[in-house]
Design a protein around this ligand. Structure first.
Ligand code: MRU
Length: 395
């Protein structure tokens, strides 16, 4: 699994074919699956074979691209072709509700396709070409945006760390950061947002260690972020979600850096459940709390976070867990020493208990030190409790 030189390629697209890593099987097995129809794209997103706000939007757009390429010759007119695109996008929108990237991408793709169908010389081939150009551009654009977020975020963390430790930090002090959920190559076109900042710190030789939370109940941290960090030999340590405050109290953490599923105009941010409590503990410990988000995660149509639809997941995800059966549990001393025999799912809670399983929570803007975007770092005006993202993004 260790590969010091390259990032994972979780979405593999070439015209006419889309393959994705089935993230439900990670970290135990790395299996690529075809995702070449709208329905397969929908199912992959709904079942969380693919997850993470930018990746959801990209897979939706590209699954439709592949089906459209295959069907293009069968449409009788440009209008029929555009109607198929619109209906497919409408279906894909129903897959998961919280990450705005899917809705932003669907609106953009729909607009472009409808406009292409309205030109006087439109044909199903020209409408298909317009759709494909835009859908295919999403991969490269997201990757570029992630890299820029990484640069801005790393600069900001190092700057803040120097300010906070003005008297003690040396010029080349390495920093420790904590992240939550998975925001890396598995959640984006590649590289990652919050994890992209960590990659950038590592490349600069400025990262002492990345800590990642397990991220119950779905364990995106323990399964996916840990997998990416190990894959790239980035010095890293896994903690359970309940250890975050103790970590901040004891380990000189330079920043907590998380991703976003939707940031509203005032900076309130929906992200993986558990993010809000991390922001509270960051503020208590005077540790910068940074949201890393491409502009595709910013929803200027919503004034504040109480308007964000929060996905409720099935309770079964809380009361059971998937893992490896170990060869010799009796002799197990170190995690790395066991020989996995097979994977299995086990129940871990008392039968009959009711479960509440919101997949996301909303962190109030007040608790967010900065938002790292591809266009730069956004901070609040002096003494303001909220952001004015409308003016930042209209510049
Ligand atoms: O339920 P998930 O795994 O899709 O949730 C993912 C997150 O909350 C991520 O932090 C967010 O989408 C940002 S990914 C760059």
């Amino acid at each position: 699994m260790t590969n010091g030189s390259q990032t994972l390629e979780a979405i593999v697209y070439k015209r006419g074919s889309l393959r994705i890593i089935n993230q439900l099987l990670l970290p135990f097995e790395t299996v690529y699956e075809d995702c070449d129809t709208v329905q397969l794209g929908f199912d992959a997103i709904r079942s969380m074979k693919v997850r993470g706000a930018p990746a959801i939007a990209i897979v939706a757009g590209l699954a439709l691209a592949v089906e459209l390429s295959a069907r293009s010759g069968t449409f009788k007119s440009a209008t029929e072709c555009a109607a198929f695109v619109s209906a497919s996008l409408q279906h894909l929108r129903q897959s998961r509700p919280t990450a705005v990237n899917l809705f932003e991408a669907a609106a953009r793709l729909d607009r472009i396709t409808t406009a292409a169908a309205a030109t006087p010389i439109a044909s199903s081939a020209s409408v298909t070409a317009a759709y494909l150009a835009e859908a295919e551009a999403m991969l490269a654009r997201d990757l570029r945006d992630n890299k820029n977020i990484g640069t801005h975020g790393a600069d900001f963390i190092l700057e803040q760390y120097k300010l906070r430790h003005a008297t003690t930090a040396t010029q080349h002090q390495k920093v420790r950061v904590l992240t939550h959920c998975n925001t890396g190559a598995l959640a984006t076109a590649g590289w990652g947002t919050a994890l992209g900042i960590i990659r950038e710190l590592h490349i600069r030789g400025a990262l002492d260690r990345a800590f990642c939370t397990e991220t119950r109940p779905y364990n995106q941290g323990g399964r996916l972020t840990a997998y990416e960090l190990v894959f790239e030999s980035i010095p890293s340590t896994l903690i359970t979600d309940s250890m975050a405050s103790a970590l901040l109290a004891q380990k000189d953490i330079a920043a907590i850096v998380v991703g976003a599923d939707r940031v509203t105009a005032n900076g309130d941010t929906a992200n993986k459940i558990g993010t809000y409590q991390l922001a509270i503990t960051a503020n208590y410990h005077n540790v910068p709390f940074i949201v890393a988000a491409p502009s595709t995660s910013i929803d200027l149509s919503l004034a504040s976070g109480n308007l964000i639809p929060i996905e409720q997941r099935p309770g079964i995800e809380v009361v059971q867990i998937r893992g490896e059966v170990l060869e010799d549990e009796g002799n197990l001393k170190e995690h790395d020493n066991f020989l996995p025999v097979r994977t299995t799912t086990v129940g871990i809670s008392a039968k009959g208990i009711d479960v509440w399983n919101p997949s996301f929570d909303v962190t109030p803007a007040k608790l967010i030190t900065a938002i790292a975007t591809e266009k730069g770092i956004v901070v609040k005006e002096a003494n303001a409790k909220e952001y004015d993202l409308s003016s930042f993004f209209s510049k």
